[in-house]
Design a binder for this molecule. Structure first.
Ligand SMILES: C[S@@+](CC[C@H](N)C(=O)[O-])C[C@H]1O[C@@H](n2cnc3c(N)ncnc32)[C@H](O)[C@@H]1O
Length: 259
């Protein structure tokens, strides 16, 4: 199996530089409507999980990175109840099934960079979701996302880390247009209160820009029907030229057996 990019070295910083909340209300409304078990895949440090758990306590969070899950579990220290945490790869889920809703937030599915990995993951989802159950899979809109994959280094931000220390994050995105494969080179620098560089870490992420037709075909082949395609978390329908995202809602129509 191809190795996944490791978030381990940046797990301690993740919540500092990822403060996005544009999708929280959307996922809360979907999870609140669900009366059965919910599966959050590629959950990371639980940017969404704490709020999702308030909406539906029958929540299982999966991530391949133990370090990211450790940060997630820290958010429930002192709480009487917490979501079930499973350290696993989405391509081989050690779960029995029975989930009514599975979600893959923050375009994370795009980190499965081959069609085979994507197919395996959707097959696993088909196995663990109940008949008529739903999967919400979020993706970049290739038309819009490719605009920032221009090889230019950008300062994503400077973030206070406490005790006068500061985190600086520089990102360079580039695209191999033929393969649709994007690379994001992220440089993390930590400065002390005197402005001296005390730590530096380089993270290379790979992700793919998946075309609308390709994902629709993959969903159909893995036993799902598309019930909704939104272009943004405010509920706007998908528009190929302008939408920031593709937010797919799939419904399981048949069980898939074998590979
Ligand atoms: C961009 S982060 C998103 C984290 C979180 N969902 C959020 O919204 O902030 C992607 C996450 O996917 C996880 N991941 C990547 N490949 C994976 C795989 N094959 N199976 C399970 N988790 C994976 C990473 O460890 C990381 O935590």
């Amino acid at each position: 199996m191809p190795r996944q990019a490791s978030y381990g070295p940046v797990a301690a910083f993740y919540d500092t530089y990822v403060q996005a909340d544009f999708d929280v209300e959307f996922f809360c409304s979907r999870v609140s409507c669900c009366t059965g078990s919910v599966l959050e895949l590629m959950a990371g440090t639980g940017r969404l999980s704490r709020t999702l758990f308030e909406c539906n306590p029958d929540l299982t969070c999966v991530d391949v990175s133990q370090e990211m899950l450790r940060v997630l579990s820290g958010k429930f220290v002192g709480h009487r109840r917490a979501p079930a945490l499973v350290c696993a790869d989405v391509r081989t889920l050690p779960l029995r099934g029975g989930y009514e809703l599975a979600i893959i937030p923050f375009n994370s599915f795009a980190e499965l960079t081959s069609v085979e990995e994507q197919r395996q993951s959707l097959m696993e989802l088909n196995r663990v979701v109940v008949g008529g159950g739903r999967v919400i899979c979020t993706l970049h809109n290739p038309e819009v996302r490719r605009g920032s994959l221009d090889g230019q280094e950008r300062l994503l931000g400077r973030y206070p880390l406490g005790q006068g220390r500061e985190l600086e994050l520089l990102v360079t995105g580039s695209l191999d247009p033929d393969a649709g494969l994007a690379r994001s080179r992220q440089v993390f620098r930590v400065y002390d209160s005197e402005g001296e560089l005390v730590d530096e870490h380089l993270q290379e992420l790979r992700f793919v820009l998946i075309l609308e037709e390709s994902f629709a075909e993959l969903a159909a082949h893995t036993g799902f029907e598309v019930v909704e395609l939104l272009g943004d978390y405010n509920g706007a329908p998908y528009a190929r030229e302008t939408s920031p995202f593709m937010i797919w809602t799939l419904e399981k129509v048949r069980g898939i057996t074998g590979g």
